[in-house]
Write a protein that binds this ligand. Sequence first.
Ligand code: NAD
Length: 297
Amino acid sequence: MNIGFIGLGNMGAGMAFNLLRHCQESGDTLIVFDVNETVLADMVAKGAVNGLSVVGLCSQCEVLFTSLPSAKEVNLLAFGDDGILTNLKEGATWFETSTNELSEWQKIKSEAPSHLTLVDAPVSGGAEGALAGTLATFLGVDEDVLAKFESLLGVFAARVVRMGPSGAGYVTKLAQLHLNYLVAQGIGETLMLGAKANLDLSVLHSVLMSSCARSYVVESYIPKVLDGSYDTSFALGLAEKDMRLITELGQHLEVKMPLGDKVYSTYQEATKAYGAGAPHLSIVRLMEEQHDQILRS
Ligand code: NAD
């Protein structure tokens, strides 16, 4: 079987690498493509086949994975004579793992030829989890399709969860991210309280870790504030995009989210100040500058 992977960034590189190792054992072939020639060359050097273009890759693949920044890139690749929908092999299945916009995905689905199966399969667990093969993936998929591909998804995901029919995966991902970003902004306020009272922030972190405030964000994000890196494995612009999608979903479902609205405006402010390519925890940097107080161990 030929497996295609488009988008070899922070998340895609790790997921594709695990699929490559799987292919090397199973006799399947991994065909890859990215507009970034450096990451493409890196994956080809590891043993993947260069798809050379979206058309070149799709015309050979029974299964396709995409990991792209946003709906803009997913749509760009999906439509047109050179796009995925026109060129993917007869009967192929496309797992779209980006954090994507539900309404845009519904447009793609409505224009997809009936021989193709499209699955929203966003992921959670960060670049570290992608490389370690410990991601969670939330699927909007029919049960028979999941049964066919569950073991393949298990190559990069420790948790493969069917959330319901098409679209349920994207909604789950946005609900999960909503809480994630609320807590991410909260860690800045918590650390600032400690810093202004001259607490040792490493000790404060260890206390949080053994308290009811413990979470993945507390465990993994706080050290990346305290070392001043602000976590380069995820871009601020993508976090701002996620918060926009979350507030739009809230409006669509008529759910009032005052906390979400506030956090979205913080991400917008940070993106304006530092640029979309800055690390996502730059929202805490914004707070450091507002208080003239650096948060370090
Ligand atoms: P990234 O920007 O690091 O990677 C995206 C890749 O897509 C890049 O290598 C880029 O060159 C490639 N690309 C862009 N346009 C392309 C095109 N037209 N054709 C081919 N390749 C193209 O982003 P990421 O951090 O890996 O995130 C990918 C997706 O996963 C996003 O939707 C993000 O929101 C989501 N996500 C990220 C994380 C994380 O921690 N980084 C966690 C969960 C979900």
